[in-house]
Design a protein around this ligand. Structure first.
Ligand SMILES: [Zn+2]
Length: 413
């Protein structure tokens, strides 16, 4: 709500009377003048708001100068002592600290562009023939070429983002953003395609299943499990840093490093894991079309889990790679607690390494992390794979229990 600058410990109560008028019933001349006032006020107010928010005295001054186009009584909206001061809430808003310049990047010799690459240098033009030259490491140049090749013959557009934060004045962050535009891919025929199921719903981390089907048989090629970096070690390192910070040793640095080792490394791991999953998919596909499904838990179901942020960030990373490469992918969750053969509720037995899901009704069993894959295969209209997808050490008790069952759908072969 507007009102003048709020005093500490004071609450405001409001009652509102609302009246409605038909514009067509208002005198046309006066209404036109009102519209004109809106137009001027809105531009002045926007300049004033953002200048206040960014603490740009220059902009505030400019806005007040412009406000003189308004009748004097309307200018009270910009007077901090006034009852009708309109910007009280701006002071309470956090001030954005990041300053970003976005510039189109072209290859060398396009001098009309804000940025260009010349030899091993990123040149940022500053106007009036001045330029900022930033050396580009060999590795960066290679990365850029590699990424462009990945999507060829599509053309990549490049943008340079120059960022600076007032609270970290020592760094100038420069990003080169590559963008590719393509048509949304159609779903290929699942028969003959490489099928990749990626499940982030595991205690383990990320589990992937690579398979192919010719329509009469579904063959599983590989079932890699990707485990996040050792959590215990990371947390211990972070605790050490935090303790050092508490004692005042290089406080800022140690606190920052503590945060880094708990958060950023997990995010970096997700990126690396996603890259590995895609790389393997392209290797395995070798000419086949590709269908992927990412099974990423909804935020509610993993509340409080340490893997939460890590796993959720996979969705963003995966969507970006899917669009970059133009892969057909879905993001559906399939059940891991329902038997894919008979629909009964699965029971869980624990071994040292795995959670084994088993069905007391039909005798099906497999690593719980692979169960959603079966449901996906079924939905694609393909024959079920042989189970278990890979060798499983069954607990003795469970082995006896399952042996009693003689019915074995899609038998383990
Ligand atoms: Zn069953």
């Amino acid at each position: 709500m507007g009102g003048k600058k709020r005093k500490r410990g004071v609450v405001e109560g409001f009652r509102v009377l609302t009246l409605l008028y038909y514009v067509s019933e208002l005198p046309a001349g006066a209404f036109q003048r009102l519209v004109e006032l809106f137009r001027v006020h809105r531009a002045v107010a926007a300049l004033y708001f953002w200048s206040k928010r960014l603490k740009l005295d220059e902009g505030v001054g400019l806005a007040l100068e412009r406000a003189r186009q308004l009748p004097s009584y309307y200018r009270h909206a910009f007077d901090e002592r006034s009852q009708v001061y309109q910007f009280g809430e701006v002071e309470r808003m956090g001030r954005p600290r990041k300053i970003v310049l976005k510039l189109p990047l072209a290859d060398a010799l396009h001098y009309h562009c804000g940025c260009y690459i010349e030899d091993n240098t990123l040149v940022v033009r500053l106007g009036g023939r001045e330029r900022l030259e930033l050396p580009l490491p060999e590795r960066a140049l290679k990365w850029l070429q590699e990424k462009e090749r990945e999507v060829a013959p599509l053309k990549v557009t490049k943008i340079v983002r120059v960022q600076w934060r007032e609270d970290r004045p020592e760094h100038l962050k420069v990003q080169i953003v590559l963008r590719v535009e393509r048509k949304k891919p159609e779903m290929p025929d699942p028969k003959g395609a490489l099928l990749v199921y990626v499940d982030a719903n595991s205690d383990y981390g990320i589990v992937a299943v690579y398979a192919v089907s010719d329509g009469s048989e579904t063959r599983v090629l590989e079932t890699p499990k990707l485990r996040p970096p050792n959590r215990g070690r990371r947390l211990k390192a972070a605790a050490k840093r935090q303790a050092a910070a508490a004692y005042g040793h290089k406080r800022g640095i140690n606190l920052a490093l503590a945060r880094l080792s708990t958060r950023l490394r997990a995010r970096g791991w997700v990126k690396a894991a996603a890259a590995r999953i895609f790389k393997k998919a392209f290797q395995r596909a070798s000419g086949r079309s590709l269908i992927m499904n990412f099974d990423i838990p909804d935020p509610e179901s993993i509340k409080g889990s340490y893997l939460q942020k890590t796993l959720l960030s996979l969705e963003k990373v995966a969507k970006n790679l899917v669009n970059w490469f133009g892969v057909y992918a879905t993001f559906e969750c399939y059940p891991s607690t329902v038997c894919p053969y008979c629909g009964s509720k699965l029971k869980i037995a624990y071994t040292r390494r795995t959670r084994v899901a088993y069905c007391t009704k039909c005798g099906f069993y497999d690593d719980r992390d692979y169960v959603p894959f079966y449901h996906w295969v079924k939905e694609l209209g393909l024959p079920m794979p042989k189970w278990p997808l890979r060798k499983l050490q069954l607990p003795e008790e469970l082995r006896r229990k399952l042996l009693i069952n003689s019915v074995r759908p899609g038998s383990p072969g």
